[in-house]
Design a protein around this ligand. Structure first.
Ligand code: 13P
Ligand code: SF4
Length: 304
């Protein structure tokens, strides 16, 4: 079946089943094109929480579908490809975090949404790359902070807020592939271009940015900037949407190697199969969901 036929079938079945398709900004273009909404982690969390549909098909990675399941417990959340995980989320586990908390009594645990439900369940507040600085700034100044699991987003947030933080040593393997040298090369090639960088990148890469933004923030920047060219330091999937929505501007990926294999696993036939077979259901166990909901909802209320 070609993509047009697949898209038509998906659309028909979606209506019949009262389903909504959410896609992250790094998904393949073919998936973004059939989604009801494409966005960053924070935008997708809001959409999942507000959805009136019976089924949410989450085209992204496991922690995103888990977050949707936690926020919409009465709905069926489907992840079309079960193997689509996030290596950074898997770098933090609840047992080790529990031990770290004991070593820092009184510290607040700030957890990036790129984490497992079990880790969220023993956290005080969640953040995304779109709101980490704002949320950490709102926390009592006398409290120490444990930031989990992204050391790069944590270091950036600590620098911006001046807060003392214990950083978990996790990272995004895809953003770690972006180097300072690559950005300097792009800047020499396109001296008139603005540089936008995702905060999962390393500190020396972030230091070269005109703006440090979530993928949703990058979309807004691209729309509003007067610059005709933008050098983009994040996963390459975002380039598809940037070009589609801003045909008059040029977007230059810093590195063609900045590809997240997990974000590229989902194809249209997986989405169709997911709807046809109601697979793969992501359901966070009630007792974990109940605990994990608190830090996620706290994040959503602080982000409004
Ligand atoms: P945002 O889209 O929230 O900026 O996050 C990027 C990411 O790595 C998701 O896995
Ligand atoms: Fe995880 Fe990085 Fe892939 Fe996002 S881009 S899903 S943080 S590995």
């Amino acid at each position: 079946m070609d993509n047009n036929n697949l898209a038509e079938k998906i659309c028909g079945l979606k209506k019949k089943l009262n389903a909504v398709i959410l896609a992250h900004n790094y998904q393949l273009g073919e998936v973004q094109d059939i989604a009801d909404f494409t966005g960053d982690s924070l935008e997708l969390s809001f959409k999942a929480a507000e959805s009136k549909c019976d089924i949410i098909v989450f085209c992204g990675v496991t922690f995103m579908a888990e977050t949707a399941s936690i926020l919409a417990p009465g709905k069926t959340v489907l992840l079309p490809v079960l193997a689509a995980g996030c290596p950074m989320a898997d770098m933090a586990d609840a047992k080790t975090l529990g031990e770290l908390k004991k070593k820092h009594p009184g510290a607040l645990v700030v957890t990036y949404v790129n984490s497992t439900a079990e880790v969220k369940a023993i956290s005080d507040v969640c953040v995304t790359s779109a709101n980490a600085v704002k949320i950490v700034s709102s926390l009592p100044v006398d409290k120490e902070i444990i930031f989990v699991p992204d050391k790069n987003l944590g270091a950036y947030t600590a620098k911006k807020t001046g807060r003392k933080m214990v950083l978990w040593p996790g990272y995004c393997p895809t953003h770690m592939r972006i180097t300072k040298e690559q950005i300097l090369k792009r800047k020499r090639e396109f001296p008139d271009a603005k540089v936008i960088v995702h905060p999962e990148s390393t500190g020396d890469v972030i230091a070269l940015a005109d703006e440090v933004l979530s993928t949703g923030g990058m979309m807004k920047f691209a729309k509003n900037t007067d610059a005709r060219r933008v050098i983009v330091a994040t996963e390459t999937g975002l380039i598809y949407r940037l070009e589609k929505e801003n045909p008059d501007k040029q977007f230059i990926p810093v590195s063609e190697q900045a590809v997240c294999p997990n974000m590229k696993m989902t194809r249209l036939d997986d989405v169709l199969l997911s709807l046809e077979k109601k697979q793969h259901i992501i359901k966070v166990p009630d007792e974990i969901a109940k605990l994990a909901r608190k830090p996620i909802e706290k994040m959503l209320s602080l982000s409004r």
